[in-house]
Every structure is written in structure tokens, then in C-alpha cells.
Design a binder for this molecule. Structure first.
Ligand SMILES: C[S@@+](CC[C@H](N)C(=O)[O-])C[C@H]1O[C@@H](n2cnc3c(N)ncnc32)[C@H](O)[C@@H]1O
Length: 367
């Protein structure tokens, strides 16, 4: 019997419906959800699971959507195009692999459906060298779901057997063209793992693909302690750049306070800007400048999160004082930051707990 037949018999509604507006998606350009899917169906039909759905984007490509987080992993241009623009090109993976004799270490924060890693591997498979990938996630479910739907998602590039190995044993070592790849999976809550002594033994990263859900939905992945610890584990002796899809002021301020240099990242189909951070200024093409600083001082959401509770608050005096001392804002040609300062605007701060409130993703301050 077809899934629709099973659903009819059980009285469930599987009719196609319009997707909810997603993180920063333009109206009309967001994905269409294939079908609603009740969480109780024991044998999910292809394209659906208890927790994930395939969605078709307006450009025809397919992506994975988490029902629980109510977010689509790569919501507008699709998985491969977003991974290519945001991570591979922006972090200069090809050039840096060619230049780096000892190979590159990539930290993939939020493995999800592995679109970022698999696109990265495909885009460098004509190069020789060694790539070590450490993928972090609290679940392998989206990857299992993606593997079942690999032909439609279209970004596996023939790596289905290696993904099966990773799923089975948390490590896959294999050649990809002329590359030697060592891909490991590190399960669990990332902030907890990062804070543990075990993290000191991880090889320090050359590049970090930072792809958690949005700060409003997933605040524990965007805190000052987390980015400070990431900076601690990225020593200056190993130039490292981190890219993320968000341009939120809150995230940029947090990265700056955590000791990263921060710049404006490439546009993707969805965003006119993203964010890139690095431990070396040479890895930042367009550092945040006076215009950004002026906007940050006016922003109603510019204070770093200290814990896993999403709060929106203008920049505090102590954060402002700390940022004004940063080398990034002391370049010749940068106007004295104090002269740009104005008191933060009045306005109540907003507090949301991630699990209990639904937070609308509007404006660039959130994602
Ligand atoms: C937007 S998806 C990642 C998409 C993925 N990079 C890809 O290319 O398909 C975000 C991922 O972050 C993971 N995540 C969220 N919070 C986490 C946490 N506290 N610890 C570890 N992983 C987390 C989610 O399970 C989810 O798979």
C-alpha cells in the first residue's frame, strides 16, 4: 500500500503544504515542503522520516529540513551551492591545501546531512594532499536520512560507501581522487565536548565550517564561552578561518570578544553578507569597519550570549570597551572608535528560552 493509502487508512493528512518561512528566506523564494508527515508512522516513505523531510527549493535543488528545529539546512541556493560559496571558496580551501605541505584539518561543526563536507571533498578531489575532517553533531539521523535520499540530494559524489562506514564506525579513511581523506565523527553535545579535556587532543583546525541552527533556535551553539574555547583551540601558529552563514550582530560581537578577527563574508543566494572570522588578519579580506561599528552600537541585539538562553540586548558598556581595545579597530585609517560611539538605544531586552518559545526569524540581527 502507498504511504498515502496508509495515511488515509489511519486518518492522517499527508497533503502537500507550504513551508514555514525559514531563517532569513525571502518570501516566495523559500522551499516547498513535499508532504506533511506524522511523527508516528513506523516505516517512513522515501523523502520523509520522523524528524526530517526533503524539500525542493525554487531553483529545483533538494535540501533536508528538520521538523523539530523547523529549519531547512541550506534553504535557498541548495546544499552544494551554499557549501561551495560559503565554505570552500570563502575559506580558500583549494589554495590553502595547495600551499599547506602537511595537509589541512577541517572542523565541521554541525555535520547534519554532510552537504558541507561532501561538497568540499568533491571540489578539491583534483588536488593531491591530506585532508583530516572532524565532524561534530549530537545526532547521525540527518545523515542517515540524507543517505537514503542521496540521488535526489545530488551532492554525495559517489561517497555513499564512505558515509556508510562513517555511520557504522565513526571513522572513514579513504582516497578521494588524489586526496587522502581521514574523516571522523565526534558524537554528543558540541559545547560540552569542546569544554572537555578530550578537546585538547583534537588536531587544531585550519578551517571551521560553523553550521549550527540559527542563534534563536540553537543558542547553546552561539555563546561567548563556546567561541572563546574555539579560539583557545586555534593557536596562532596554525592560521585558521571560520565561516558561518549568519551576519547577526550578536554573533559578530561574540566572535570579536572571543578573540577572533572578524570580517564580512561572501554573499550566498539567501544572504547579502555572511561572516568570516580568523586568528590571522591575512585570512580576512573585508574586516568589519566603521559602518558595521555604527550599526552595532545602535543594534538591539549586540550583546554576547553567555549560556544557552537566547536574549536580545544592546551592547553593554563592558562589551563596547572591550571591542574598542581590539587591534582590528586600531588600524590606521579607522576613525577613533570612541568618536563613533553613542549610548546604546533605550529599549527593553528580550529573552527567549530556546525550548519553550517560538522566535520569529526576522531581520538580519537573528540569522
Ligand atoms: C543546519 S544543520 C547542519 C547542516 C550540515 N552542516 C550539512 O551540511 O548538511 C545543524 C546541525 O547542528 C546540529 N547541532 C545543533 N545543536 C548541537 C549541539 N548542541 N551539539 C552538536 N550538534 C548540534 C544539529 O543536530 C544539526 O545536524
Amino acid at each position: 500500500m502507498s504511504p498515502q493509502g496508509i495515511a488515509r487508512r489511519l486518518g492522517w493528512d499527508l497533503r502537500p503544504r507550504q513551508g514555514q518561512k525559514l531563517k532569513g528566506a525571502q518570501s516566495g523564494s523559500g522551499p516547498q515542503i513535499l508532504m506533511g508527515f506524522p511523527a508516528r508512522l513506523a516505516e517512513p516513505p522515501p523523502g520523509m522520516s520522523e524528524a526530517y523531510q526533503l524539500v525542493q527549493l525554487s531553483n529545483g535543488s533538494w535540501s533536508v529540513r528538520s521538523l523539530e528545529a523547523a529549519e531547512t539546512f541550506h534553504p535557498v541556493v541548495g546544499p552544494a551551492a551554499e557549501a561551495e560559496a560559503l565554505y570552500v571558496r570563502q575559506l580558500r580551501i583549494r589554495e590553502r591545501l595547495t600551499a599547506a605541505g602537511e595537509g589541512l584539518v577541517i572542523w565541521d561543526v554541525g555535520l547534519g546531512a554532510a552537504a558541507n563536507v561532501l561538497t568540499l571533498l568533491r571540489s578539491i578531489r583534483d588536488l593531491s594532499g591530506r585532508i583530516r575532517v572532524l565532524s561534530f553533531d549530537q545526532t547521525l539521523e540527518p545523515l542517515r536520512f540524507a543517505l537514503r535520499n542521496a540521488p535526489r540530494l545530488g551532492y554525495f559524489g559517489g561517497h555513499e560507501p564512505e558515509v556508510e562506514t562513517l555511520l557504522a564506525s565513526s571513522r572513514a579513511v579513504f582516497p578521494s581522487g588524489a586526496l587522502a581523506v581521514d574523516w571522523s565523527f565526534h558524537p554528543g553535545d558540541f559545547p560540552t565536548a569542546l569544554g572537555s579535556a578530550e578537546a585538547d587532543a583534537w588536531p587544531p583546525p585550519h578551517a571551521i565550517l560553523f553550521d549550527a541552527y540559527s542563534p534563536a533556535r540553537n543558542p547553546g551553539m552561539w555563546t561567548l564561552p563556546l567561541f572563546s574555547r574555539l579560539r583557545e583551540l586555534s593557536p596562532d601558529s596554525r592560521p585558521c578561518a571560520l565561516a558561518t552563514y549568519t551576519r547577526a550582530t550578536l554573533v559578530r560581537v561574540t566572535l570579536l570578544r572571543a578573540g577572533w578577527r572578524v570580517g564580512i563574508g561572501n554573499a550566498t543566494g539567501e544572504k547579502d553578507e555572511t561572516t568570516v572570522a580568523a586568528n590571522h588578519s591575512s585570512l580576512i579580506e573585508q574586516p568589519l569597519g566603521p559602518d558595521w561599528w555604527r550599526r552595532a552600537l545602535r543594534s538591539t541585539s549586540a550583546e554576547p550570549l553567555q549560556d544557552a538562553v537566547y536574549r536580545q540586548h544592546p551592547m553593554s558598556e563592558s562589551t563596547r570597551a572591550a571591542l574598542e581595545r581590539l587591534p582590528q579597530f586600531r588600524n590606521p585609517g579607522f576613525p577613533a572608535v570612541q568618536s563613533l560611539s553613542s549610548p546604546p538605544p533605550p529599549g527593553a531586552s528580550k529573552v527567549h528560552t530556546a525550548k519553550t518559545k517560538t522566535v520569529a526569524s526576522s531581520g538580519t540581527d537573528m540569522a
